[in-house]
Design a binder for this molecule. Structure first.
Ligand code: ZN
Length: 297
């Protein structure tokens, strides 16, 4: 009996621990979910002209799978996390916006930039590496860098990657980050409308990157306010459900609550999702053009 009791206590303890771990990850997996990152990179391939997309289509699985590599690296590389966001509310926007990295370092110091996130600058830096890979005709690097670059561009389109209130922790809405960028896209899947145009050339990537980030930032207040109002008129019992994944229990937003939130956001998530797809295609395409349009048979 004692042994049994110990075993069940151990099981219970493990379950509680697992539940805590799941809740922790549900609120700390701060990036488009794995599903969305892979899907965004996948769709970006189809914006490319045929001379170029032959290579990308051949390696589409790697383009999808490596899309999540930067998030996986966050736990093992100290400097990785800062590449995924920027806390715009920590700056005087008029001064910061449109700065290049070398100017920003002089004004704010590298430590301070690192502390508040560097996503506006990692994108042009990665594109430079991609151009070099094209010049070297290094297929392995082209695919790896393209996939990772896709990740950072996608993150730059997530409004909550542009604020220090990144998970609603300052507004009593903890969990909203993964709700917006993981739970809803995963729930919608094929119902998430996808649209994109053929890739176009970007003349000034640093300027465009800033425009994407500044636009994403304008959606922060709406997405927080909409959730506050929806929360106020929803009984707590209807807000969350526990979903079992294998032997793990996940506390997550109820499907009806998620659908209603998505409806009230009026295609905000779709808009950002599709903008990300388009801009990734544009960035890859521009790197290829600037490297002399190498042909991939
Ligand atoms: Zn990320």
């Amino acid at each position: 009996m004692i042994i049994n009791h110990n075993i069940s206590f151990k099981k219970l303890f493990n379950r509680v621990l697992l539940l805590q771990i799941c809740l922790f990850y549900a609120t700390n997996a701060l990036s488009w979910g794995f599903y969305a990152h892979k899907r965004i990179n996948h769709l970006a391939v189809f914006t490319l002209p045929s001379e170029m997309n032959r290579l990308y289509k051949r390696h589409i699985r790697e383009i999808e799978n490596l899309a999540v590599l930067p998030d996986q690296r966050r736990h093992s590389m100290d400097e990785e996390a800062a590449r995924h966001y920027i806390d715009l509310d920590k700056y005087e926007l008029k001064v910061l916006a449109y700065l290049h990295y070398d100017k920003a370092i002089l004004m704010y110091t590298q430590d301070s930039l690192q502390q508040h996130g560097i996503v506006p600058w990692i994108i042009p830096m990665m594109q430079k590496r991609l151009k070099q890979a094209f010049l070297n005709r290094d297929t392995l690097q082209i695919i790896k860098i393209s996939a990772e670059l896709g990740h950072y561009i996608a993150d730059a389109h997530v409004p909550l990657h542009t604020t220090s209130n990144y998970d609603g922790q300052q507004t009593n809405q903890v969990g909203i980050h993964a709700f917006w960028e993981s739970r809803i896209p995963e729930m919608l899947q094929a119902d998430l409308e996808a649209w994109s145009m053929p890739a176009t050339y970007i003349i000034d990537l640093q300027k465009n990157t800033w425009e994407w980030i500044l636009e994403a930032h304008t959606y922060v207040s709406t997405l927080l306010q909409v959730e506050t109002k929806l929360n106020a008129r929803t009984k707590p019992v209807n807000k969350y459900v526990f979903l079992k994944k294998g032997s793990i229990l996940n506390k997550t937003y109820a499907p009806a609550y998620a659908k209603e939130y998505h409806k009230l956001l009026n295609k905000q998530i779709e808009h950002q999702f599709n903008q990300a797809v388009q801009h990734i295609g544009n960035v890859w395409y521009s790197a290829w053009l600037e490297s002399g349009q190498p042909d991939f048979k």
